[in-house]
Write a protein that binds this ligand. Structure first.
Ligand code: NAD
Length: 447
């Protein structure tokens, strides 16, 4: 499972040899740890296209101090005011002189405005920011990431900026994330009797007092998601099939949570979850997933049906059941798991690609209604190549291609998907809805 090439290129002879041969040069990414929770350096705040947003207080709350004359770990370019090609020239003028100085594993975050469909000059200029962001992501190197956030309300984007300006987003690059207006009153979970009405949220444990259920959490990405949500303060319910009971209990015990052993494809899975959670659920992560690869010409229905059942039908069924039963509390979060195979397609995966594209359709359709009717957001993560048992079983050549064919030239870790899920699950992420966020190091597949 270990990426030996990444280790080799981290040594002096490895660096020398791979540079001489023109081979990929993956940088060791800096990821979140309790000892090093923040980026190593300061923040440069720039503006292009005239007046920008008032970001001072929001950026101050992200925990990254202004760079001053010190090391620059992150650049935020406010391009929300860019309305024409002249404004785009200011994007170039702002970033051209500073991009070289951004530290390894640093961040460039471009802020854009929603496209104004009544003004094709503004729409052209704002759409241009996507091509700019994705191109810079592909060339910037040294483990640095570039993302675009479209927003109108700076304070509604606080949790998103905090995530992108931290080591937690190490494997998220080349993404366009839309942040809507802030949460409407009534979307906050109801207060417990006697609780302080607006008790400040502990930024290090934003899920304190919340319950999170993760399907397929006995191992792999699901285990990492459960671990990260527990780190953030959630009581976790580790759901997996009875055959994985031992692992599920081990994970639950380690995290101080509970195991719920059931097959998510069972017709009564939603009812059994609701029964197990009489006090309701705040975060529902649909992570359980399977593959049964075969080209369509060789694929019998026995390989098609279970993939669609586990990856899509059960997600639709349990979501419907839990929303209908009122198990999902107001202010709740649903995070489903898509895949870049669902966005780009993948040979041998017509069943899997269909199921994961179906998840994207579910998110797009349900997100606005679930927020309006239940106060619950619905988003998806779309992992790229993640180092798990699933991908360790892939033949070496395809595995190497999967690892290198992205801007960071390496596979992601389960923790990268988990951190992205935790950001979407954050009570402060109520303005992030209907998004499909790829955790793929800006994979060339479907880019
Ligand atoms: N690993 C990757 O590179 C990658 C890439 C893209 C998407 N994904 C998606 O991420 C998710 C997790 O992937 P992983 O690599 O950790 O997989 P994994 O096979 O390691 O773990 C999946 C877990 O889901 C459980 N599960 C399977 N069917 C179930 C069912 N019917 N009911 C309850 N639990 C069930 C399994 O027992 C297992 O514990 C999946 O949805 C997968 O499609 C993974």
């Amino acid at each position: 499972m270990a990426d030996r090439y990444l280790r080799f290129t981290g040594t002096a002879p490895g660096r020398f040899l791979t540079r001489r041969l023109g081979l990929p040069q993956p940088a060791a990414l800096t990821r979140w740890s309790a000892e090093r929770p923040d980026l190593d350096g300061g923040l440069l705040h720039l503006t292009a296209g005239g007046s920008g947003l008032d970001l001072t207080s929001v950026l101050a709350r992200t925990g990254v101090a202004p760079a001053g004359s010190g090391r620059t770990a992150a650049v935020v370019l406010d391009a929300t005011g860019v309305r024409d090609v002249e404004g785009l020239a200011e994007v170039h003028a702002a970033l051209h002189p500073v991009v070289r100085s951004v530290a390894a594993s640093g961040r460039v975050v471009v802020l854009g405005a929603p496209l104004d469909l009544a003004d094709h000059h503004q729409a052209a200029a704002q759409q241009a920011l996507e091509g700019f962001t994705r191109s810079l992501g592909k060339e910037i190197g040294r483990g640095r990431t570039v993302n675009l956030v479209r927003l109108t309300d700076a304070s509604a984007a606080e949790s998103t900026l905090r995530f992108l300006l931290s080591p937690k987003s190490a494997y998220v690059s080349g993404q366009v994330i839309e942040v809507g207006p802030g949460e409407q009153p009534g979307e906050q979970p109801s207060e417990e009797p006697g609780e302080e009405p607006s008790a400040p949220v502990d930024r290090n444990r934003p899920l304190t007092g919340r319950t999170a259920l993760v399907t397929g959490a006995a191992r792999g990405i699901g285990e990492a998601v459960a671990e990260t949500l527990a780190r953030d303060g959630a009581r976790v319910v580790v759901l997996d099939v009875p055959q994985a009971g031992q692992d599920a209990r081990r994970v639950a015990d380690r995290l101080g949570g509970t195991a719920l052993l059931l097959d998510i494809t069972a017709a009564d899975a939603g009812a059994r979850i609701a029964e197990a959670l009489p006090d309701g659920l705040d975060v529902l992560v649909h992570n359980a997933g399977i593959t049964r690869d075969r080209r369509l010409v060789n694929m019998p229905a026995e390989r098609w049906i279970p993939v669609l059942e586990v990856n899509l039908a059960s997600v639709l069924r349990t979501t419907d059941a839990l929303l209908k039963a009122g198990t999902l509390n107001r202010g709740g979060r649903i995070v489903a798991t898509a895949s870049i195979a669902g966005l780009a397609g993948n040979a041998g995966q017509t069943n899997y690609g269909a199921s994961k594209a179906g998840v994207v359709g579910l998110v797009r359709s349900l997100a606005p209604r679930a927020l309006a009717e239940h106060g619950v957001t619905v988003n998806a993560v779309a992992p790229g190549f993640i180092e798990t048992k699933m991908t360790a079983a892939v033949p070496l050549f395809i595995r190497e291609a999967g690892r290198r064919m992205n801007s960071l030239a390496q596979g992601g870790l389960p923790a990268d998907v988990a951190e992205t899920t935790a950001w979407l699950a954050d009570p402060g992420s109520g303005a992030v809805n209907g998004q499909v966020v790829r955790v793929c190091g800006q994979s060339l597949l479907g880019a």
